[in-house]
Design a protein. Sequence first.
Length: 256
Amino acid sequence: MITSSTNSKLTTVRKLLSHSKYRKQDKKFVLETMTVIRETAQRYAPLVDYILYETLSDKDRDFFLSLDCQLIQVEKGLLSKIGAIKSHPGIIAVVSQKPIDIEACLAASNVTVFIDGIKNPVNMGAVIRSCAAFSVDMVAISPGSVDPYHPDCIRGMAGSFFEVPFGFCDFSFVKKHCLDRFYYVLDANGEQQMPNVCFEGPMVVVVGAEMGVSCVDKDSFSMTSFKIPMAKGVDSLNVAVSTGIVLHHIAHQVTI
C-alpha cells in the first residue's frame, strides 16, 4: 500500500495532471472516474499502465485482475490531494497514449476535422467527442491549441479518446497529405449558410474558436466558407456546440 504523498507513482500522476510537457514526454495521461476506467480497461487493457485505488469492491477488483491490470492500493485521502476532481472517487488510472501515424491517417481519411486554436480544454474534449460520435476519421489539431490530453479534455471526451485518432500538425501539413479533398471552413462570417452548402467528400472541415479560424488563407486555395444560421441578435455559438451541429448535418447529408 502507498502511504506517502511523495511516492514515485503519485508524483508521476501529479506531473501528468499538471504539465503537458510530461504528458508529451511520457506519452501517458490520467483517468479519474470508475466508469471510464472500467470501459478503457475492458477494451484497451494493454494500454492501462496501472490503477491506483483507495477502496475497491470485490467485483471491481476481480474485473480488473481478470484483465491483468496492475492494482495498487493507496491510503485513503491521498488521491483527493493530487486529483483534478473536487469530489474525488478514489481511483486513478495511468494510461498510455495510443500511437498513431498522423501522415497515414490523413492520407486515408474520408472526413478530417482540423481544429484551429482552441484553448479551452473542455471545448477541445467536447469537439473530439462529437468527432467520434459522427464517425470522423481523423482530427488534426493546430500547434497553438490546448493539449488534448489535458485532464479537462479527457473528461470532456467521456471515454471517446481512443475512438478517433488525433494529433498535432499545422494546416500546411494537412494540405500536403489530404490531396484531392473538398475543404470547408466554419466561419461566423462565412459566405454561405450551412443548409445551402452541398458537402462532398472526401473532405476536410476546419473549425476554430469563437474569434474565428486564423490558419486558413481563404484566397490561397479552393475552399468553401460557411456559417450556421442563427436567430437575429446572436452572432456566434460555442465551438463545441457548432462543431456538433455541423458534423451531424454532414453525417446525414453525405454518403462517402
